[in-house]
Design a protein around this ligand. Structure first.
Ligand SMILES: Cc1ncc(COP(=O)(O)O)c(C=O)c1O
Length: 418
């Protein structure tokens, strides 16, 4: 069989590993859905091996790993982890029960009381909550600084700082962080630090997915994902993932084993069988529609501003062109749009309520990266923890509907509430 690396990521995501020692039977076209909480052990020695080998590297080749208990390791999840590490270009991956479990898992397995972290000001609401409501009381300081301002960043980083944390594109504003600039900043700091105290960049790549951006290629150290969104793609599974260098995987798996937030095998199977193989197809179609919808929004009198990385007036258009590239090297501005209504002309809440009641092609719901177009108001919903006024901003996650239908439903809503 030809080596898998010869093929493009789009093809690799459809076919998965060309061989896997991770399950004991090998003639399935679709990976089997394993559903066993515990594993038969041929001998006490095998049981002991399972525990001593746990946390070590697991590959598709060589010997089948010794599975002992689902919470430690499990074949379907393990194959998904191999695929995610491969497509992000990383060494290892650990999946989790949710994106938040992945984010708290990697940070809590790196940071100890007395350490500090610098995070970009705007983040997904629950990540912001983790950093404000939990870490400080656990002895981990979290400083908030614009990571695109390297002078401010230099002031914020102290000897205690171990992690720079950000999303790019940022949820919900779609602001970008220059990953290469931040990675270069870290390299300068790290030239003066011992390797075990080096400053690490952790990026949440949920919005772009590896289809649209591979942060490790730009110098980031660790990538986190909510698999619930674009990677899962169908809105049926909650999950998260961390892609990291080998040196972090043992402690991360130990953390996952003991804190217990594993991705269930059925969820892993659905993401592996439906989510990943359709990733490129879905996002290409969604961003084609997003481009049309974003341009249409700019033409509406009641719309004050439209933020979409594919629009030429996007404030960081050059950076978007550099960072957001798909597997073929084409520009990948994504499927998310953030826009503001002119509240003198339209009450944003009335607009959204009208959509909730009458629109067929848009659904008022949080989350994103679904087959269905989802609309929400971040200030009062996903980002309400920031405690800002409800505001004029609306977030759109474009689905797989016909673009004309989405525009027509929004046009009806604008007309009805103007
Ligand atoms: C950017 C981002 N990161 C992380 C998460 C958390 O993911 P989950 O809901 O799977 O825990 C979300 C959820 O909306 C998100 O938008």
């Amino acid at each position: 069989m030809a080596p898998k690396k010869k093929y493009k990521p789009t093809t690799r995501l459809v076919h998965g590993p060309e061989h896997s020692a991770k399950w004991d039977f090998s003639h399935h076209v679709t990976p089997p859905l394993s559903s066993s909480t515990t594993y038969r052990l041929d001998s006490a020695r095998r049981g002991a091996r399972g525990f001593t080998e746990f946390g070590g590297p697991v590959s598709d080749f060589g010997e089948t790993p010794v599975y002992i208990y689902d919470r430690l390791d499990e074949p379907t999840r393990s194959i998904l982890e191999g695929e995610l590490a491969d497509v992000e270009g990383g060494e290892c991956c650990a999946t989790f029960a949710s994106g938040m479990a992945a984010i708290s898992g990697i940070l809590s397995s790196i940071l100890v009381p007395g350490d500090a972290m610098v995070a970009h000001p705007t983040l997904y609401g629950c990540t912001h909550s983790l950093f404000t409501n939990w870490y400080p009381s656990m002895g981990i300081e979290v400083e908030r600084t614009n990571l695109n301002d390297l002078t401010a960043l230099a002031d914020a980083v102290t000897e205690k700082t171990r992690v720079l944390y950000f999303e790019s594109p940022v949820n919900p504003t779609l602001e970008l962080v220059d990953i290469e600039a931040v990675a270069e900043f870290c390299s300068e700091i790290n030239a003066k630090r011992p390797p075990e105290r080096r400053l690490l960049t952790v990026i949440d790549n949920t919005f772009a997915t590896p289809f649209g951006q591979r942060p490790l290629e730009h110098g980031a150290d660790i990538v986190v994902h909510s698999l619930t969104k674009n990677l899962g793609g169908f809105g049926t599974e909650l999950g998260g993932a961390v892609i990291c260098p080998k040196e972090f995987i043992g402690r991360l798996l130990l953390y996952r084993k003991d804190f217990g937030a594993i991705l269930n095998a059925k969820g892993a199977w659905a993401i592996l069988v439906y989510g990943l193989p359709t990733l490129a197809l879905r996002i290409k179609r969604q961003q084609y529609t997003a481009g049309k919808v974003a341009r249409w929004l700019t033409e509406q009198a009641a719309v004050e501003s439209v933020t979409y990385p594919g629009l030429e007036d996007f404030p960081q258009y050059d950076l978007a062109q550099k960072q957001l590239r798909d597997f073929d090297g084409d520009f990948a501005p994504g499927n998310m749009i953030y826009f503001a209504l002119d509240s003198a002309q339209v009450d944003p809440e009335k607009f959204v309520n009208y959509i909730a009641r009458y629109a067929y092609s848009l659904t008022l719901a949080v989350s994103l990266g679904h087959t269905k177009t989802l609309i929400e108001m971040p200030a009062s919903m996903t980002h309400s923890v920031y405690g800002e006024e409800a505001g004029r901003h609306v977030r759109l996650s474009i689905g797989l509907e016909s673009p004309g239908d989405i525009m027509s439903d929004m046009a009806d809503a604008l007309e009805a509430v103007s």
